[in-house]
Design a protein around this ligand. Structure first.
Ligand SMILES: Nc1nc2c(ncn2[C@@H]2O[C@H](COP(=O)(O)OP(=O)(O)O)[C@@H](O)[C@H]2O)c(=O)[nH]1
Ligand SMILES: [Mg+2]
Length: 388
């Protein structure tokens, strides 16, 4: 059962949550650790703290490395609906892919180690934007700075894209890359039932979307547990049957499941095309997609759709009464959000002032259709909200 923390530990946790620098966080977390009771009920938390402590140490180490390399920052702030991080060996085609998907113009060169720091670009996908980040190369023989940065970027990503050259023993390469990522606490097994916590400053508060069943606890218990650990602005989606333990696992979980796709590059130079099938057979079930790129554009629509679907996100277009056309930019919401959640997202006061909405969508018997606050939205919906 989840832990009831003594008040001084709770206070310390709050200090930790509010700490700004990794050094300060590390200090607070160590103090917090000394304040929690150690027993079966706190096992998960203990493991989490130990792991977090080692992550913070790594982060501090990375900062030192960055300083030595003239203060270049290596982390990339998330923007857009989702972040796709491209990771792979040098010369595997990360920069080429980034260039094809986004407006970024990294240096592309057959000389190894051209890209030593992350480069980002934005990919437009029918009203949504997906951030694509090229990580420094993985150098597994010597796990130094660039490799650590790549692993940290991968871990922090929403979706991971592994680039691997089809000319470079792709099956063995993928084997090595996956086992490296697994050693860095990433997992590729899709969990059975799940609690998905999506922290975002854009969230109007702590929103629990319960599409499953809570066993032995109420939504209020879930909320309290999340708040206790500083999850204050987030969408929390519950699928399947879930206990309070599962919620705890989602907060402190051992390994984070990482939706991943494989970009098999340089297929245009491949003599034996059977290799593509071999990669698909071996890794198809482990990843959300294997994209064989014969030096041409993987379709942005296909990619964008795959990513948003995997992350359980939908694009909704709003329209105001005075305008004929909806906005070009979509509002990104978790799947099965209701009209009132959209209203609240647009403006806090809309929740109280909401009267009804008009929705345009192909799946409806006619468009626009007048709907109430509980109407569930779907990808691509156009919505006009009427308030008093
Ligand atoms: N023929 C072919 N060449 C590619 C492909 N992808 C990348 N390259 C070439 O491979 C070299 C390394 O590519 P780059 O994108 O810089 O790799 P990075 O080191 O992973 O960023 C460059 O000369 C690219 O033009 C591909 O799909 N087909
Ligand atoms: Mg590059």
């Amino acid at each position: 059962m989840p832990t009831n923390l003594p008040p001084e530990a709770q206070a310390k946790w709050e200090e930790y949550s509010k700490a700004k620098t990794p050094e300060e966080k590390l200090q607070k977390l160590k103090e917090f650790y000394s304040l929690i009771p150690k027993h079966k009920g706190t096992e998960k938390m203990e493991k989490f703290i130990k792991r977090r402590i080692s992550e913070l140490r790594e982060e501090i180490e990375r900062k030192r490395y960055a300083k030595k390399s003239k203060g270049i920052s290596f982390m990339v702030e998330k923007r857009g609906a989702a972040q796709l991080v491209l990771i792979g060996f040098t010369n595997s085609g990360r920069s080429t892919l980034l260039t094809k998907l986004t407006n970024a113009r990294p240096e592309i060169s057959p000389s190894p180690f051209t890209t030593m720091r992350p480069v980002e670009g934005m990919m437009d996908f029918r009203g949504a934007q997906i951030q694509v980040v090229e990580s420094p190369p993985l150098i597994l023989e010597a796990q130094g700075g660039p490799t650590n940065i790549a692993a940290a970027l991968a871990k922090n990503s929403d979706v991971l894209g592994i680039t691997v050259s089809s000319l470079d023993e792709p099956i063995e390469s993928l084997e090595r890359i996956f086992s490296f990522l697994e050693s860095r606490e990433m997992s590729f097994e899709r969990p059975a039932g799940r609690v998905r916590i999506r922290r975002s400053r854009a969230a109007p508060g702590l929103i629990i979307i319960n599409k499953g069943k809570l066993l032995g606890c109420s939504e209020r218990d879930v909320r309290e547990l999340l708040l206790q650990f500083g999850v204050e602005r987030a969408w929390v989606e519950v699928e399947g049957s879930v206990t309070l333990d599962d919620v705890e696992e989602a907060i402190f979980g051992e390994k984070s499941y990482k939706p991943t796709m494989i970009f098999l590059t340089k297929c245009d130079m491949l003599e034996d095309l059977d290799l593509i099938e071999e990669v698909r057979e071996k890794y198809g079930s482990k990843v959300i997609g294997v994209i064989a790129s014969p030096n041409q554009l993987p379709s942005k629509d296909e990619l964008g759709e795959l990513i948003l679907r995997e992350l359980g996100l939908i694009r909704v277009f709003t329209k105001s009464k005075s305008e004929k056309l909806p906005s070009d930019r979509a509002v990104i919401l978790p799947r099965n959000s209701s009209v009132i959640e959209l209203a609240e997202f647009i403006h806090e006061s809309f929740k109280e002032r909401f009267r009804y909405a008009k929705v345009w969508a192909d799946r409806l018997p006619y468009s626009p259709m007048k709907v109430g606050a509980d109407f569930l939205l779907d990808d691509g919906d156009v919505v006009e909200i009427l308030v008093s």
